[in-house]
Design a protein around this ligand. Sequence first.
Ligand code: ATP
Ligand code: MG
Length: 775
Amino acid sequence: MHNYISQLNEAQQAPTLQKDGPMIIIAGAGSGKTRVLTIRIAYLMSQGVDAFNILALTFTNKAAKEMKKRISDIVGSSEAKNLWMGTFHSIFAKILRFEADKLGFPSNFSIYDSQDSVRLISSIIKEMQLDKDVYKPKQVLSRISSYKNSLITVKAYFNNPELQEADAMSKKPRLGEIYQQYVDRCFKAGAMDFDDLLLRTNELLNRFPEVLAKYQDRFRYILVDEYQDTNHSQYLIVRALSDKFQNICVVGDDAQSIYAFRGANINNILNFQKDYDGVQMYRLEQNYRSSKNIVEAANAIIDKNKTKLDKVVWTANDDGPRIKVHRSMTDGEEGRFVASTIFEEKMQNQLKNSSFAILYRTNAQSRAMEDALRKRDIPYRIYGGLSFYQRKEIKDVLGYLRLVINPKDEEALMRVINYPARGIGDSTLEKLTVAANHYGRSVFEVMENIDKIDLRLNAGTKNKLHDFVMMIKSFQVINETHDAFYLSEHIAKKTGLIQELKKDATPEGIARIENIEELLNGIRDFIEGQVEVDGARGALSEFLEDVALASDLDKDTGDDDRVALMTIHLAKGLEFPHVFIVGMEEDLFPSAMSMNTRSELEEERRLFYVALTRAEHQAYLTYAQSRYRWGKLVDSEPSRFIEEITDNFLEYLTPAETNYRYKPMINTDIFGDVDKSKLRQVKPANGTPPKWITDNDPKPDMGIRRLKPMATNAPNSPVAHDSKLAAGNVVMHERFGKGKVLNLEGVGADRKAEIQFEVGGIKKLLLRFAKLDVL
Ligand code: ATP
Ligand code: MG
């Protein structure tokens, strides 16, 4: 037996060693589903299956990368490199590039992110002179998205009176027209949105049997992680591709299905056995991730759901500490509690920042956490906020790059045509758009032919449009002859972007220029990575594709040590030694919007199950009695989910007299003059009354400590990053050449050096990107 197989228990080995046929592994959190998938791929390869014939679909690109890395360790990287691994979106974007012409798209089609989509929908709503308070662009987009994910095309929509009626009932009788316009405009712009990547793949596989046959033949072995969260569109793709060989292995946990609001269909996992013949069903029961307390508490929670498959999850791990529950007066205080606990734990137990995660239901909750972490100088990283690639200055540069690759890209064009300002105003753009719609051409094509069309533009405006077209064409020439880094740097300068930003000398303005520098560095790293594999050609379009499909998690290089902040939705599949689940309040978690039906409430409960099962060692549940929401201070009650955990798994860190659940009888005499705020309540099992303890009491099972007051602004632990670099050093930079370090600032991943280069002047560089040699 291969050595790596012995790293699995018996239940895990069975599905790993079943080479052929359809199979499903349904198992609870932390039971090794992802691990089995990984090892199974290595095993298939050891059995002579060619890496080119294996397709593995994961929830994030990062997960795919990690899997590939583990497989490389086992089978060697030259083989592992050939595996098809990634998210549905990234894999099928690649396939669509090969096949785009069949669908009438250019192979260099752009990918619209949700910002682009919303912007396009807004302009359609405006052009149709509809009320944007009735037709809210984001809502309209999500409606269109749900049609696409259910494979309801525009044509199918207009053939279905029920759908039209439903939209009319919700006061949007013209939704179908918007849908039509939106699809037409994307097509004309040579662009696909995220949902199109799946919808068009389905179209491709349905309409072209020879294409389907080709990919069925290629992907002889298909594996899907987190199968419970696939939507209908994804389901159909997997179904079609696996139809010939039926070597399909899906893993999932119905208890962790949390994307119904985005069209995920739990029936995909429940009905899997009906879809293929002779499905082998496997179950894994042993959890390796979490302490017994956490596993059992999580079991107790999910047990409250009526719709579920019966599953056993147990662990041989230690009991571990109880789940700590903390109440605070306000969300600010909640943040301070979390930050000071992390600070203390780190100090006392020599833990890394990356051992901690703070999970919340809504992104808005991150602010209070951030404030508190910053005050304590604890480095953190937010996932799912405005990601790097969505910052304005970055999108501006990317807008130009996208235009170079695909000049039809209307959203990119609208973003940059008058930024930096070139005197091309809204009325001109409107005329161009109307003409483009009229001729069925892209706006850029209209601009190219501006002399032949009478748009009543004055000569000055025509000149400006002409100049813009020529500029983009000159970039295209450079793209033919130089690498993407050179081109991007050239664009940043020649378009006047950098100059524009330099006008703003505030720290924010400077940060924007630095962001552009960071983007350029990223492009260079990307090219360097590319050369090895594919040669430099095509690097720019591939870079843009990566950027368009990058999720926040994917960018985590893993080498900077930070506390992770993210929504619970994003945390799926991940694990951390210490997990704080904050905002455990009614109307927040469970969300006020998800309490109308049992199925919505059950999805919230599954979300809580996912959150809790991320924790390996210690989980904290925190709630505030009041918090700012929508600009107002609102009172809140503890979440029912706390109540649903059996008491003997919990430890209350705060006195519970204001906790609505308990009215403990406190005999104040016992405590004398002890400050009550320093007491904690321990709720013993068997319904005996809660007990109050002080820090002097023995605590048999959990080593409770009182949080000592601590100095704010405690110095951050020194980070080794390029600590050898000092002002005055003479350095050599790969691209900028020789220079002298003037100044250093920032810590850790933010550490920067200001360098006077012999050629090119003073530059501020992030040390984690700048590869410097001290001379
Ligand atoms: P989730 O449902 O949260 O995605 P999962 O079922 O995919 O969880 P994994 O992430 O594969 O679980 O495994 C959880 C943890 O347990 C990982 O750290 C993994 O390395 C470890 N693990 C799994 N199986 C074993 C085993 N047989 N021996 C030791 N550790 C294991
Ligand atoms: Mg997993």
